[in-house]
Design a protein around this ligand. Structure first.
Ligand SMILES: C[S@@+](CC[C@H](N)C(=O)[O-])C[C@H]1O[C@@H](n2cnc3c(N)ncnc32)[C@H](O)[C@@H]1O
Length: 346
């Protein structure tokens, strides 16, 4: 195993700037190419603006826009794409798009950072988001009909269900199983867990850096095996928390913000918290998603997308393969990829 350079910001919040740096290259930008891509972007955005102004079906307008931004992102290369993002965000079409509750929350970041748990409630279609969605315009709700059912949102809801299923499988194979959720957000998978309802889990420690989310988890799961903890990735690395060991450790919606070196170090650390015979699971949005261009521009929500090979790469660099069994698999629509690492019994 190698040692890796770690670059977390001081509060250990993963910032959009950090994620953007991940994809940075040092190539000189070709001015002609840049001008061409700016012109293509302007055309794509103007067509969408006209679609809204002419009252075309909003979901269709956004679907086409997202598809074209995906192609433009891939054809531009990262350096040029980074220059296109602020231009898209400043375009008048954003006045329409920001009426969508999902786009608006993501762009405005009321909790102060990207990808907070209330944003996930919006695409989970969780009742906690109902009032906010109802407060948006009719056009906003029409756009939401597309954004909340885009393949990446469907995959996010499936991820929540997969997590609940794996927690339940752990409870079925191990009496009084101990589970750790890292970056738990609002722990919405707990609402789908039969084992939690049946009271068969030993403990479900749920850690997040956001005290508001931790409080929501505490209130929603009072009197159950759930044990919320305020904590962050840097604290985990520094071994600041006395957590013990677990039959299942998992992280969902976190690795998408972690550059490779940090992902490897965190995997090494979390594997230390897994008991022999236990397992660690992490999920990542895959590089096959087609909403990437829309997310990075109008949602200001950059993610580090990974392939199955990238997931293997993290595991191979982090663990001794003789001591584990690894399964890398995709969700149904391949928008999220999972890595499941089982520690062989000693
Ligand atoms: C996209 S949400 C995922 C929430 C939940 N795991 C899920 O799948 O619904 C990301 C969560 O990561 C948390 N987070 C971000 N950076 C973190 C860090 N450095 N340490 C701990 N939690 C972090 C955020 O507070 C947020 O709740």
């Amino acid at each position: 195993m190698q040692s890796h350079d770690l670059r977390l910001d001081e509060q250990s919040l993963i910032t959009p700037a950090l994620v953007k740096r991940h994809g940075k290259t040092t190539h000189e930008i070709d001015d002609g190419m840049l001008r061409q891509k700016i012109a293509e972007l302007a055309l794509v955005l103007e067509l969408a603006r006209q679609g809204f102004a002419n009252h075309q079906p909003a979901a269709k307008v956004v679907e086409q826009l997202a598809g074209k931004l995906h192609v433009l992102r891939h054809q531009s290369g990262n350096d040029i794409w980074q220059k296109l993002i602020p231009l898209a965000q400043a375009h008048p079409v954003s006045e329409y798009l920001l009426q969508d509750p999902f786009t608006k929350w993501s762009f405005e970041k009321p909790r102060g950072y990207s990808g907070d748990a209330s944003l996930l409630d919006i695409y989970y279609k969780h009742p906690a988001a109902n009032d906010f969605i109802a407060s948006c315009t009719e056009l906003g709700r029409e756009i939401y009909a597309y954004t909340s059912d885009a393949a990446s949102s469907v995959a996010g809801r499936e991820r929540r269900d997969i997590l609940a299923r794996i927690v339940d499988e752990t409870a079925a194979r191990k009496e009084k199983a101990e589970v750790l959720a890292v970056a738990c957000g609002h722990l919405r998978e707990s609402e789908k867990s039969e084992a939690l309802k049946a009271g068969t889990l030993g403990r479900w420690v749920t850690l997040d850096q956001d005290p508001t989310s931790v409080e929501i988890v505490r209130a929603a799961n009072a009197g159950t095996a759930v044990q919320p903890v305020i904590g962050n990735v840097a604290g985990l690395m520094r071994r600041s928390y006395e957590l013990g060991t677990f039959d299942l450790v998992y992280a969902s919606g976190l690795y998408d913000y972690l550059p490779r070196a940090v992902a490897i170090r965190l995997t090494q650390r979390l594997m230390e918290l897994v008991k022999d015979g236990g397992e660690f699971l992490f999920a990542n949005f895959s590089d096959e998603i087609t909403t990437d261009g829309y997310m990075e521009t109008f949602m200001d929500w950059p993610l580090i997308l990974r392939s199955g090979a990238d997931m293997w790469d993290i595991v191979n660099a982090a663990v001794d393969r003789n001591k584990v069994e690894v399964d890398v698999f995709y969700g149904e629509n391949r928008n999220i990829v999972y890595s499941r690492v089982r520690k062989k019994a000693a």
